[in-house]
Design a protein around this ligand. Structure first.
Ligand code: ARG
Length: 482
């Protein structure tokens, strides 16, 4: 028989043979779950509090354990310290690592901490804390991007550009209106992530291995200490649930989707063919072959990198599908997909700085918005105000557009006599109804591109972005405290 000292394991009692060395190395999770050290320490401290309340630990023992846990966290906070965790020679996972370190520091008292708990509830708790903290980082970074978009929108003033449907010029819109479209996406993304954070914010500690702790622990104590809303309701579910990882990844796929639509538009608008945008040199690269090139590597890499997020969500879906209750080791495999999207906050912050550095070629955008009869809908609306049914107005303006195209001019350059071939309703005030300003301002509805509406939308968007910052601070404090 092997004892724990000989095997160095948390579970050696019933085993006669040591593990196959290759299998042993292959099944260890410390090589990736080292990232959960802070969460493991916070959860362990909370468990110690619950053990004190249950009179399993004395006050002194609890204080000694909690201090030792803090010391372990401090010892491994630096990059070099983190490498020591990752490269640990014998720890099976982060839970085992902390136990080994505790025993090194305070002897047998360190072994008492595992009373009334299981690694199954620990990993479930650590991962919830980790995802919650990541969500805060992503939401903050989304707020930074949305803030940069709003700043650009403000700076754009009354600049205009064509909007597109079917990738064909549609109607003139304010550049600010186009930028605010992305702000809406970022705000929805933040909302989805915050929903996910609220749903996951229940504490699995006290769920035991599957059936609940074997000690009458006050689960509220640990839940409160860790900033959770309440303890989880069902031990079988709590120890086997990883929905929150999947939900987090799925919410991130929307972030990726929106970033990649933005990246695609910027890439396109920066082409010589569009010439709407001058790429910031600080975020572009040259070609080793073609000396004239300035390439949009940042937006291209974003388009490319978001594939990873979708891959991670798909991996976790497949890992969870068909998994029987409750804990199965398969669940360990959900960790790496969760960690693999760590790049998202940094990517968003880069996009925020890139967005702030964009320069719009206002003249070109404005010229493009005013060629190709993009005021045709405004012109049809003019006829509607003269009592013409829209269907008929559409037809009449269609004829006028065809005439203008053949003549090589814009609608506003036709003479009244020319216009009257297509309808007797045309009068002198037609020309004022199809100016750029009128074409914008006729969209005077909530969410429309009328200049006053966009000014209001800017103010509302700024308020919503400020609200994001206010919301993240509570849970951040909890994490910082761990
Ligand atoms: N490293 C394990 C994981 O990530 C921790 C839980 C281990 N539990 C067990 N019964 N072997 O899933």
């Amino acid at each position: 028989m092997l004892n724990e000292q000989q095997s160095g394991k948390m579970w050696s009692g019933r085993f006669r043979e040591p593990l196959d060395p290759e299998f042993e190395a292959w099944q260890r999770s410390i090589v990736f779950d080292w990232r959960l050290l802070d969460e493991e320490i916070a959860a362990s401290k909370a468990h110690a509090s619950a053990l004190l309340a249950a009179k399993i630990l004395t006050k002194d023992e609890t204080a000694e354990l909690r201090a030792a846990l803090d010391a372990i966290a401090a010892e491994h906070a630096s990059e070099a310290g983190k490498a020591l965790v990752r490269d640990h020679a014998t720890a099976e996972d982060i839970h085992h690592f902390v136990e080994l370190k505790l025993v090194e520091r305070i002897g047998p008292l360190g072994l008492k901490l595992h009373t009334g708990r299981s690694r199954n509830e620990q990993i479930a708790t650590d991962l919830r804390l980790y995802v919650r903290a990541q969500i805060n980082l992503v939401v903050k970074a989304l707020a930074a991007w949305a803030g940069a978009l709003v700043e650009q929108a403000r700076a754009a003033g009354d600049s205009v550009m064509p909007s597109y449907t079917h990738m064909q010029r549609a109607e003139p819109v304010l550049v600010a209106h186009w930028l605010l479209a992305y702000v809406e996406m970022a705000l929805r993304d933040a909302g989805r992530l915050r929903d996910c954070a609220a749903r996951l914010n229940f504490c699995p500690l006290g769920s035991g291995a599957v059936a609940g702790a074997t000690l009458a622990l006050d689960r509220n104590l640990a839940a409160r200490e860790l900033g959770f809303t309440a303890p989880t309701a069902n031990s079988i579910d709590a120890t086997s649930d990883r929905d929150f990882i999947l939900e987090y990844l799925q919410a991130l796929t929307f972030v990726g989707l929106h970033l990649s639509r933005f990246a695609e538009e910027i890439t396109l608008f920066a082409t010589a063919e569009f010439s709407f945008i001058t790429l910031p040199e600080a975020f572009s690269t040259g070609s080793s072959a073609m000396p004239q090139k300035k390439n949009p590597d940042l937006t291209e890499l974003i388009r490319g990198k978001v594939g990873r997020i979708h891959g991670a969500a798909e991996a976790v879906t497949l890992q969870l599908k068909g998994l029987p209750l409750a804990y199965n080791k398969d669940l360990q495999e959900t960790q790496e997909p969760a960690f693999s999207v760590d790049f998202v906050p940094q990517m968003l912050k880069l996009v925020a700085r890139f967005t702030a550095a964009l320069r719009f070629n206002r003249e070109r955008m404005s010229k493009t918005a005013q060629s190709g009869c993009l005021n045709a809908m405004a012109a049809a609306t003019y006829l509607v105000h003269k009592g013409v049914p829209f269907r008929t107005a559409h037809e009449k303006i269609g004829h006028a557009v065809r005439f203008a195209i053949e003549k090589g001019v814009e609608l506003g350059a036709l003479t009244l006599d020319e216009l009257r071939q297509f309808g007797t309703e045309f009068e002198e005030d037609f020309f004022a109804a199809v100016t750029l300003a009128a074409t914008l301002d006729c969209h005077d509805v909530t969410g429309g591109t009328a200049r006053e509406r966009v000014r209001q939308a800017l103010a509302t968007a700024s308020e919503h972005i400020a609200g994001l910052g206010a919301h993240t601070s509570t849970q951040e404090a909890v994490h910082a405290g761990s």
